[in-house]
Design a protein around this ligand. Sequence first.
Ligand SMILES: Nc1ncnc2c1ncn2[C@@H]1O[C@H](COP(=O)(O)OP(=O)(O)O)[C@@H](O)[C@H]1O
Ligand code: SF4
Ligand SMILES: [Mg+2]
Length: 323
Amino acid sequence: MGNTDKFLSIRNLNVEYTSGGDVIYAVNGLSLDLERGKSLGLVGETGAGKTTVAKAILRVLPTPPAGIKGGEIFLDGEDILKKPEDKMLDIRGRRISMIFQDPMTALNPTMKIGDQIAEIVRLHSDDSPHEVKHRAMDMLNRVGIMADRFNDYPYQLSGGMKQRVIIAMALVFRPELLLADEPTTALDVTIQAQVLEIIRHFKQKFNSSMILITHDLGIVAENCDTVAVIYAGQIVEYGSLEDVFDRPSHPYTVGLFHSLPGFAVGEARLHPIGGSLPDPRVHAAGCSFYPRCPRAADGCAAGEVPNRELSPGHFCRCLCPEV
Ligand SMILES: Nc1ncnc2c1ncn2[C@@H]1O[C@H](COP(=O)(O)OP(=O)(O)O)[C@@H](O)[C@H]1O
Ligand code: SF4
Ligand SMILES: [Mg+2]
């Protein structure tokens, strides 16, 4: 992850929250690259920092309690953390858009769904009222919702349909970068597949890049080109889908695969990873996975753990990776 000529390059990002007098170290020196038109799966357990990273890219972190304490986020070579808010208004929704984790908060319950899409078009374009409505209807149609539902309120729609409306809102301006934060977690399996198919279709059509946040490795396998495994606000393993799925090297990644039926590598038994994420209020020295790691050695508890390139483009932050 050396160069910054990629479409999206995050360098050494640090984000903290202040809460009840405590500092929560949510993102700790995180670096990531994404090429144009490609999909990156950002995988890790709840609390690892995934949503914080996505909101930092879109610059919608609530400040306070959140604060970006360092780092750079380059979009096409320009550091968007340095952009004034009026420039961000332009970027948000047009160049970068996000499907938020909680579908219920993404829709306004008191507003017709068609108007919610139209509102976004109005905000970001000079289209006439007629054109705005036409564009909103067209977008609804494209996600498989008939135009006669334009005047429905969110409560009149099923969970899957609500998520389609949210996708329509996120994609109406053909964003160059889509941040999809657990876009199907709240849906049942059949609807999940339909929603992912819609996202895949648009992504391909617009050549958008995507960060797909999920804890479901099956979804990553079907939708992503590269994978980043996040633990305690750091990327611990990064590489192509083949690198990470065929040669998982960080003990945490190996643990994620071992805890999944049908994905187990090596000994084909299920081993859920014991323990939980470290206390995010503590900035401990050494490897953050040390207390849970089956390969932990004496040297792991102190000092910086280097991010090694195991093979071209395959990185692992571990002193004793599985190779
Ligand atoms: N608004 C907030 N105030 C305080 N702490 C927060 C807030 N949002 C997230 N955090 C903390 O930041 C860390 C990362 O959270 P988050 O980015 O939501 O992780 P993920 O999306 O991977 O579940 C967690 O320790 C979480 O408790
Ligand atoms: S550095 Fe040590 S403790 Fe950390 S993941 Fe690697 S082997 Fe485990
Ligand atoms: Mg989250």
